[in-house]
Write a new protein. Structure first.
Lengths: 141, 131
């Protein structure tokens, strides 16, 4: 007699697999940062003696302005004109005062005129304390 | 017929192990370590302020950043010489005001080099001007 396919085993217990998949989805959602929140073309210069940027050094009030070697100014990878940049800085200043951490992340090849322009916009709005982002230690491959 | 509870005591773990391995491979391939960043603080005086304001001050260090490199108190020098001279200067005047004047066509890395050297020798009072 031909053996009937065992239909009883077809209902496999999927619970552990689903558990693991959900755990991993949660892990992704919590840990993965959006990769396009900064200008990836920017290559920074080494600055081994600067203040190490930890999470405490990056409060919600901080503003990082990216300046590419072409002169493109952006925040969170959104290109800004001088007027838009000034408005953005003014908004931060009104909310947190003029001492909020304002950081310039400029490519090492950027001509100074573009960086100077960003600094002038900041100074014109009343933000004189600026920081430049550099690489303390290379880890990325 | 009532189903016997002990009929299939060993659940098939193969799909779970498959998924876990797939995800491990995904992690290993996609996760890249981030560099550790540092910040170098400096002051940017208002655009109409002139660098001559504090020129009478004796304890001031003047760094010029040009397209070809750095000048310390008017003298052109290599990065190594610059580092050595800054070390000497920092011994006598750690609280000195450092005025960094950048030309418009100088690459940003020289400014970062200058600021980094100031930080190395604990000279934190740095102002940046553009010419």
């Amino acid at each position: 007699m031909a053996k009937k396919p065992n239909l009883e085993d077809a209902a496999l217990d999927m619970t552990p697999m689903i558990d693991v998949v959900f755990q991993l989805i949660i892990f992704f959602v919590v840990t993965l940062k959006m990769s396009d929140d900064k200008d990836d073309t920017i290559k920074l210069e080494d600055g081994k003696h600067g203040i190490v940027l930890t999470q405490e050094e990056l409060p919600p009030s901080q503003l990082t302005i990216d300046v590419a070697k072409t002169g493109r100014v952006s925040i969170s990878n959104i290109t800004l004109t001088d007027k838009m940049l000034a408005d953005k800085i003014k908004e931060r200043k009104n909310k947190y005062g003029s001492d909020f951490p304002c950081m310039i992340r400029a490519d090492h090849r950027t001509p100074h005129k573009y960086v100077a322009n960003v600094m002038n916009v900041c100074a014109a709005v009343g933000v004189w304390k600026l920081s430049f982002v550099a690489i303390q230690e290379h880890k990325a491959k | 017929m009532a189903r016997k509870p002990q009929e299939n005591p060993k659940a098939d773990l193969t799909p779970m192990i498959d998924v876990v391995f797939q995800l491990m491979i995904f992690f290993v391939v996609t996760i890249k370590q981030e560099d550790i960043f540092s910040k170098l603080n400096a002051n940017r005086p208002a655009p109409n302020a002139s660098s001559s304001q504090s020129e009478s001050n004796d304890s001031q260090v003047r760094i010029d950043v040009g397209p070809g490199g750095l000048l310390l108190n008017g003298r052109s020098m290599s990065l190594r010489e610059f580092d050595r001279n800054m070390k000497e200067l920092s011994k006598t005047s750690k609280k000195a005001t450092v005025l960094v004047r950048c030309t418009m066509n100088s690459p940003h890395r020289f400014l970062v080099n200058a600021l980094d050297t100031c930080y190395k020798y604990e000279m934190y009072n740095v102002s940046i001007f553009s010419m």
